[in-house]
Design a protein around this ligand. Structure first.
Ligand SMILES: [Zn+2]
Length: 225
């Protein structure tokens, strides 16, 4: 079932590892099949570089497993909430990439300080609010997805396809798998640059017209500088 999509998700796992975004088993990536609406997701407890296409899990939007002999990633229900809230999303990646996670742990958004950021993300990368004890105690993964969706009530999730879950790490998405992987790579790059930029100049910022210019260029289909 969905063999082509499994190959793509398998390759995306390798890409995340190759780009240094996932260490040990920290993270997961999934994709939604446009025709059926089914989700293909990484299994739990298997290292990214060890996964084979047949190890991947196929489930429906309620998390019911349709194919696969492993347990799905523990973050499955966070992915599902993101797909439910953002219908244009075709793939979700979660990593503990170091620099983005530094901002998540500090509870600080990643400010948009340059065209590198603006080419991929219109807004500052937001941080989710602190989770309430009852949200942690029951349906933790689902509630994580809900607070991610809440953070985009007033923003288009496709113009800023990433968020930092406070004290945890980034969730990133895209129209398809390649887009989600690209955005995960870009997020880590801009997080590291923002950290050093703020070390050099704590008042650094960016002209909103320059941001808009780069966002519009991207909507024209190009990411070139
Ligand atoms: Zn995590």
């Amino acid at each position: 079932m969905l063999e082509g999509l499994k190959i793509e998700v398998y390759k995306a796992n390798q890409e995340l590892a190759k780009n240094g975004l996932v260490t040990l088993r920290w993270g997961n990536i999934s994709a939604r099949d446009e025709r059926t609406g089914y989700i293909v997701i990484k299994p739990r407890r298997i290292a990214f570089t060890q996964i084979k296409p047949d190890d991947l899990i196929v489930c429906d939007m309620e998390g019911k497993i349709l194919e696969g002999s492993h347990t799905p990633s523990s973050d499955l229900f966070t992915h599902l909430e993101i797909y439910k809230a953002f219908p244009q999303v075709g793939s979700v990646a979660h990593t503990h990439s170091k620099w983005a996670t530094v901002f998540a742990q500090a509870g600080e958004s990643i400010p948009n300080l340059g065209t590198t950021h603006a080419d991929y993300f219109k807004y500052d990368i937001p941080v989710t609010r602190t989770m309430r004890p009852e949200e942690i105690a029951k349906d933790y993964e689902k509630n994580t997805g809900r607070i991610i969706a809440d953070a985009f009530t007033l923003k288009d999730p496709m113009t800023t396809p990433a968020i930092l879950v406070k004290n945890h790490g980034p969730f990133v998405w895209g129209r398809d798998i390649a887009d989600a992987v690209d955005n995960a790579v870009a997020l880590e790059y801009v997080a590291e640059m923002a950290f050093y930029t703020l070390r050099l100049n704590t008042d650094a910022d960016m002209n909103k017209y320059l941001i808009e210019k780069h966002v519009q260029r991207k909507q024209g289909g190009k990411n070139e500088q």
